[in-house]
Each structure stands twice: as C-alpha cells, then as structure tokens.
Write a protein that binds this ligand. Structure first.
Ligand SMILES: *[C@@H]1O[C@H](CO)[C@@H](O)[C@H](O)[C@H]1NC(C)=O
Ligand SMILES: *[C@@H]1O[C@H](CO)[C@@H](O)[C@H](O)[C@H]1NC(C)=O
Length: 241
C-alpha cells in the first residue's frame, strides 16, 4: 500500500512510539491570512499576530432536523502544523492533498491512521484536536474547541485550548460543496490558545441537501481545511511531545 505520506507534511510516528527526531516548526514571520480572505469576511484584529497555521482532516457531523435538512451537531478533526509549508507553493494545495488521502482511506480508518502510516520519518507535526463541547457560557448548543493540551508544541499545558464562536464567515470561494470559511472569537477565558481562529481553504464537509426526519441516520462527512490561530497567550516552550 502506498504510504499516506504528504511530501512535506511529514506526519509519521515511529514503530514503537519513540520520537527520535522532534518536529521543529518554522518561523511565521511574514505569513498572514490578510490578502487571502474574501472581502466579505472580517479579518483578524489588527493587533493580533499569527501564532499557528495548520491543516486539518476530520469529519463534520450532522443530524436530520424536523425541516428535513441536515444540521451540524459537531466535528472531530486532527490539526497539523504547516508552518514549514507556509512560504512554499505546497501551502496552496495542502488541503487538496489531505482531502484526497482522507477520502481514499477505507471506512473505519481514522485521521490519525491516515497520517501516521508511513515509517519514513519520526517527525510528527500533530498539534492537537478539534471537536465540539457544550457551550462554556451555558448557552444552548455546542461550541467548536481546538485542544493542543495533549500533543505537540504545547503538550501538558492545560491552558492550550480555545473554545470559540463564529462572528464572520461566508460561502467558500471554491463553491457551496465546501463548508464555509469562518472567523471565530474565543469565548472561554480559561483557554489561552488563541483569541481568534479562522477556517479557510475548506474542502468538502457539506451534507446532502435533504433528509427525512426520523428516518435518515446521523452522518459524518469528511473534510479538510486550514485553521489559523491568532493571538496565542501560551508560549510554545514545552517542545514537541
Ligand atoms: C433547513 O430548513 C429550514 C427551513 O426551510 C431553514 O430555515 C434552515 O436554514 C435550513 N437549514 C440548513 C442547515 O440548511
Ligand atoms: C462526530 O463523529 C465522530 C465519528 O466520526 C465521533 O467520534 C464524534 O464523537 C462525533 N462528535 C459529535 C459532536 O457528534
């Protein structure tokens, strides 16, 4: 089987889980989301600097609503550092490679299995996980969270997460088959990972347009995207683990 290896997004773990070569992120000086967003999306606050630029693969979860259409109930994804791609041409296509690999993975294969199946390198740029949690302010519904506490640069730092709410966004420039590009603001003061998180370069993740309430099962739809983290207040000092 051809290894699920992105040429430069090197994402393997060694056979015994021992990391001989720690992943080293690259400087983000001169890298910015500005100029890449459509005019309809409010850019990050000017005083915030880019802390992490990442690519993710995972699933958007939907349930069939009484309106006979699918509504989002959550998502689960793995988030990879792509700082070392940021000044290369591959930066523009990384989400295309990822969605291709992810969609060709057999049923039951997880994102982690997709990205860790190559023995070529021990460097693993997995930064963390994206999932949904109950709204931390006690409001109805679930909120998106990005959690870097358990792996990667911020391993062990309990404040290395952000739970957020959308405040800006629009249909993906690539079309309605791809989930919206959005900007979010942090809403849980306990999380210091970022003040704002943006989702761009989305690929797929949309549900079918119709369903039958009470009959259609919950679904998970694969997607890939970039997430940009602005204004982190946690130093990346603990190293990659
Ligand atoms: C589902 O249908 C309702 C009623 O037509 C509409 O208001 C709502 O925006 C739709 N939701 C989605 C996610 O398309
Ligand atoms: C979304 O679906 C995944 C399976 O793909 C599951 O592991 C996860 O718990 C689900 N999350 C939500 C909020 O539905």
């Amino acid at each position: 089987m051809r290894p699920f290896l992105l040429s430069t997004l090197v994402v393997a773990v060694s056979a015994f889980g021992v990391s001989a070569n720690k992943y080293k992120p690259c400087s983000l000086d001169g890298v910015d989301i500005i100029g890449r967003l459509p005019d309809t999306i409010t850019p990050p606050m000017a005083h915030l600097t880019l802390s992490f630029v990442t690519a993710a693969i995972g699933s958007q979860n939907y349930t069939c609503s009484p309106n006979n259409n699918y509504t989002l109930v959550g998502a689960v994804a793995e988030v990879y550092d792509i700082s070392c791609l940021a000044k290369s041409d591959e930066f523009t296509t990384v989400q295309d490679k990822l969605i291709g690999l992810w969609k060709s993975a057999p049923v039951g294969v997880t994102p982690h299995q997709v990205t860790s199946s190559s023995p070529e390198t021990n460097a693993n740029p997995l930064l963390g996980y994206h999932y949904f949690v109950p709204n931390p302010l006690g409001q109805p519904g679930n909120s998106p969270k990005w959690d870097f506490t358990s792996t990667g640069a911020l391993y062990g730092n309990e404040e290395a997460f952000v739970t957020a709410a959308r405040f800006t966004g629009d249909t993906a420039p690539t079309g309605k088959q791809d989930i919206d590009w959005v900007g979010t603001n942090a809403i849980d003061p306990a999380g210091l990972l970022a003040a704002q998180v943006y989702r761009t370069d989305t690929r797929e993740g949309q549900p079918p347009s119709e369903c039958r309430f009470g009959e259609s099962p919950d679904i998970q739809v694969k997607y890939a995207c970039k997430y940009w983290f602005y204004g982190s207040a946690v130093p990346a000092e603990s190293g990659w683990a």
